[in-house]
Design a protein around this ligand. Structure first.
Ligand SMILES: NC(=O)c1ccc[n+]([C@@H]2O[C@H](COP(=O)([O-])OP(=O)(O)OC[C@H]3O[C@@H](n4cnc5c(N)ncnc54)[C@H](OP(=O)(O)O)[C@@H]3O)[C@@H](O)[C@H]2O)c1
Length: 348
């Protein structure tokens, strides 16, 4: 938690103990009670976020967390670029934002299952690059399918396309003083290890498993990103929103949504940490990069020992993404500003 004024040490210790107890109780932590309690703890920054002067790209802004995040960022004064995969839904979003007096939002097209479209978005942003990219768009698919790029669509949408977009935007991001990239992952990833040769397996497709494997890959990619690119440049984090009542959740997991109905967060609660990572003042944890966040704090990336990932597997992940996109973000040395107060990740 980022504090405006730091509470005394005993209060901070008590807050950490309550937070850790919550973290151990998954339904409470991932559900609304987690955020409600954490917000009440000493050290939670209650000041309104200030997004003035920040340009933030949010993918998947026509629904759920992305829509909530766009509104929250615009309300904080940020200049927002929101993406929509469907032209009609994009136009409806723009009209709705105008109708509700939400200034400073530009809507651009992006379909993650079309890598040429990802390249078009990156080109469209070349002259007005964002300071922050929030890779929020994503879905759990009932059926396995292969995209026009020849890749399994869960894998492409959650991992390959965000990697490509980040890689293409990297030169421009490096020219920003405080550039950040956020991958929106899921607590479901705690159940799956990263096994690169299995991420798009055609055998026995199960939607939740394919989704969790892609979401696990995002978290491991954040670590690998910082190993490859080194400290001091563009930071990349993963964040999981907990369980939020969104059209996507209700469509893909209706039974789960019903069973957890009393616990579900509002979309804006799920988007809180995403806004935090986009706009909060720099601190050691944000500058470290490569971490998994939930409710404004870095969290352990592994809860189940069998899901621990080796350095070799992370390297395989990187090499596969370079091969699938033709882009290697680690290939060119940085030429932009660096972060002198970088500190190593705390929970790795
Ligand atoms: N809700 C939760 O509890 C929860 C929990 C863990 C993680 N997440 C993650 O949070 C993110 C947002 O989910 P949500 O719950 O807000 O879902 P949602 O309501 O379905 O919103 C998803 C957004 O992503 C867009 N999208 C989906 N597939 C896309 C693609 N192939 N290309 C471009 N845009 C695409 C959707 O566009 P359309 O409007 O056109 O469909 C929509 O704007 C996802 O990455 C999800 O995995 C959510």
């Amino acid at each position: 938690m980022t504090a405006g004024r730091r509470p005394p040490l005993p209060l901070r210790a008590a807050a950490r103990a309550v937070d850790a107890a919550l973290e151990a109780a998954v339904p409470l932590s991932f559900g609304r009670p987690g955020l409600v309690v954490r917000r009440a703890l000493p050290g939670w920054d209650r000041r309104p976020p200030d997004g003035r002067g920040r340009r933030v790209l949010v993918t998947g802004a026509t629904s759920g967390l992305g829509l909530a995040l766009v509104r929250m960022l615009a309300a904080a004064g940020a200049d927002v670029v929101a993406t929509a995969r469907d032209d009609a839904r994009g136009a409806a979003l723009a009209a709705e934002l105008t109708r509700t007096g939400t200034p400073g939002v530009t809507v651009l097209p992006l379909e993650l299952e079309d890598l040429a479209g990802v390249r078009r978005l990156a080109a469209a942003l070349a002259d007005a690059a964002p300071d922050v990219v929030v890779h929020n768009a994503g879905a759990m698919h009932a059926e396995r399918a292969v995209t026009g790029d020849g890749l399994e669509r869960t894998w492409q949408g959650h991992v390959v396309a965000p990697f490509l977009l980040t890689g293409l935007l990297l030169p421009a991001l490096r020219r920003r003083a405080d550039a950040r990239v956020v991958l929106v992952t899921s607590g479901g990833m705690y159940l799956e290890p990263l096994v690169v040769r299995r991420v798009d397996s055609p055998r026995g497709y199960r939607p939740a498993v394919a989704y969790a494997r892609a979401k696990r890959a995002q978290v491991e990619l954040a670590t690998e990103w910082h190993r490859r690119l080194g400290p001091g440049g563009v930071v990349l984090h993963a964040a999981h929103p907990g369980w939020a009542r969104t059209p996507g959740l209700e469509r893909s997991l209706p039974g789960f949504a019903r069973a957890t109905s009393a616990l579900l967060r509002r979309p804006e609660d799920g988007a809180d940490t995403l806004r935090h990572l986009a706009l909060a003042p720099r601190d050691a944890a944000i500058d470290a990069g490569g971490l998994l966040w939930h409710d404004r704090r870095p969290r352990a990336a592994v809860r189940v020992p069998r899901t621990r990932t080796t350095a070799e597997e992370r390297a395989r992940l990187w090499e596969r993404l370079v091969a699938e996109t033709g882009v290697d973000p680690a290939a060119d040395p940085p030429d932009g500003p660096t972060r002198p107060d970088w500190a190593p990740p705390a929970n790795r």
